[in-house]
Write a protein of this length. Structure first.
Length: 95
């Protein structure tokens, strides 16, 4: 009998290990213009950088960050800008 193959869930946060990778990842998510996808991407980056560190630098509690980046999160613009700043990226618009 063949041994069973173990399948693990993919966790993007494990691969977000540099600024260029993070910027590209977020850029692609924002280009899709899908709030849930953007929130998920921000959550992945926050976990990669450390939720406690991102929350502190964003000037919000860790609990508030988890809520904002969770499945039902709907953060304010002020929170979004703070989180992006804590991640070392800026929001820009193009047309």
């Amino acid at each position: 009998m063949k041994p069973m193959t173990k399948i693990t869930n993919f966790d993007a946060a494990k691969y977000l290990d540099g600024k260029e990778t993070i910027v590209t990842y977020l850029k692609v998510a924002f280009e899709e213009n899908d709030a849930a996808l953007i929130r998920t991407a921000l959550n992945d980056v926050a976990r990669a950088k450390g939720m406690t560190a991102v929350a502190a630098e964003s000037k919000i509690t860790r609990q508030a960050l988890y809520k904002a980046l969770g499945p039902n999160g709907n953060m304010t613009l002020e929170t979004l800008l703070g989180v992006l700043r804590a991640m070392g990226v800026r929001l820009s618009v193009s047309g």
